[in-house]
Design a protein around this ligand. Structure first.
Ligand code: FEC
Length: 312
């Protein structure tokens, strides 16, 4: 019989229905319930994207299934079988539930990976800390992938997405070189820079590698989706970047949210609705690259780094 190696696939998590938005938001806010106004504002955003459906849930389910298939199809270890478990940061099954499920299935060795390519102590670091604590309690030996932001297959799939959308601008009459490519990612509190956190540098490295691979020279990086708190967040925010580009007479913009791997609120609302509305006001054309979701090259990226870690 093959030995089962657990793979804890971790992702942000999303509510299951509109009445689950409040506990979800409270969890994100570390137990502090949102005000009625904050709650309404978040529910309105979910309703605006797809009328109360939560696309991240099905997308994460599909990514986990596709990853398990890819891992076992490309598996270089004949005597082992990879079994994927889901562990979500802010919704069920929580990270701890995923570790418990592995223990319940008799798994003693596992690898953890997050469906987000760039490391920050405030993002991936948080996932790993929780999984590590639960694994120690459950007696599972676990190793973790920390980042995979420069994996050649990830860069290739992102570059292909940038190129195909640039072709559409050209078909519509724009000059390829004049389309400004905006790489973006979720902002974090600016204090991470003083902590020597690699998040910003890794995002710039991904952006540069994708631009080079796609032959793009007119690009810049911008933040998006900053939290609604009083402390300073990393900027500039994409909405301010669009206003500055308008002053530079830029008319065509392609957004590549390289910090995200799936269609969800931060892409479908913050970019497709909010940023597009500002672009329209500024008389700019704004498009977005397709999300990776279950792209086979993305699944191979994840499998490669898992196999690599297994070898170490
Ligand atoms: O579609 C969905 O239901 C979920 C979309 C979603 C993703 C996501 C990814 C990241 N976040 C990151 C950091 C923060 C920090 C705070 C924060 C707050 C929110 C709120 C919502 C939300 N995030 Fe998120 N994030 C998603 C959704 N995020 C909703 C609460 C309302 C709001 O501020 O908009 C601030 C928490 C605090 O108050 O302390 C920090 C990072 C990522 C990318 C990495 C990852 O996926 O884990 C970093 C998807």
């Amino acid at each position: 019989m093959k030995t089962k190696i657990g793979v804890l696939v971790m992702s942000y998590g999303t509510p299951e229905s509109l009445d689950q938005v409040e506990p979800y938001y409270t969890h994100i806010r570390r137990g502090n319930p949102p005000t009625a106004e904050q709650l309404k504002e978040l529910k309105d955003r979910y309703e605006a994207i797809v009328g109360g459906v939560f696309p991240l849930r099905a997308n994460t389910d599909n990514q986990v299934t596709a990853l398990q298939d890819t891992l076992n199809r490309l598996n270089p270890y004949a005597e082992q079988e990879f079994v994927c478990y889901q562990g979500l940061k802010h919704a069920r099954p929580f990270i701890e539930d995923g570790v418990e499920a592995m223990a319940g299935d008799g798994i003693t060795e596992a690898i953890g990976i997050v469906l987000a390519p760039h490391y920050s102590v405030m993002s991936i670091g948080g996932y790993i800390k929780r999984a590590e604590a639960k694994a120690a309690e459950a007696g599972i030996a676990m190793k973790f992938v920390r980042s995979y932001h420069l994996h050649p297959k990830l860069i290739e799939s992102l570059a292909a997405r940038v190129s195909s959308k640039l072709d559409l601008f050209v078909e519509a009459g724009a000059e390829r070189e004049k389309v400004r490519v905006l790489f973006s990612a979720h902002s974090l509190p600016a204090k991470i820079l003083e902590m020597g956190d690699p998040y910003q540098d890794q995002l710039l490295e991904t952006s540069k590698a994708v631009a080079e691979r796609a032959g793009v020279t007119s690009w810049q990086f911008t933040w998006q989706s900053a939290g609604r708190t009083a402390e300073p967040w990393l900027g500039p925010d994409i909405l301010d970047t669009l206003r500055s580009l308008s002053l530079e007479q830029v008319e065509d913009v392609l957004v590549a949210p390289v910090g995200f791997v799936s269609d969800h609120l931060e892409v479908l609302y913050d970019l497709d609705i909010e940023a597009k509305a500002i672009a329209k006001e500024l008389d700019m054309r704004l498009e977005r690259i397709d999300s990776l979701n279950t792209d086979p090259l993305y699944m191979e990226t994840l499998s490669d780094v898992i196999f690599q870690l297994r070898k170490e």
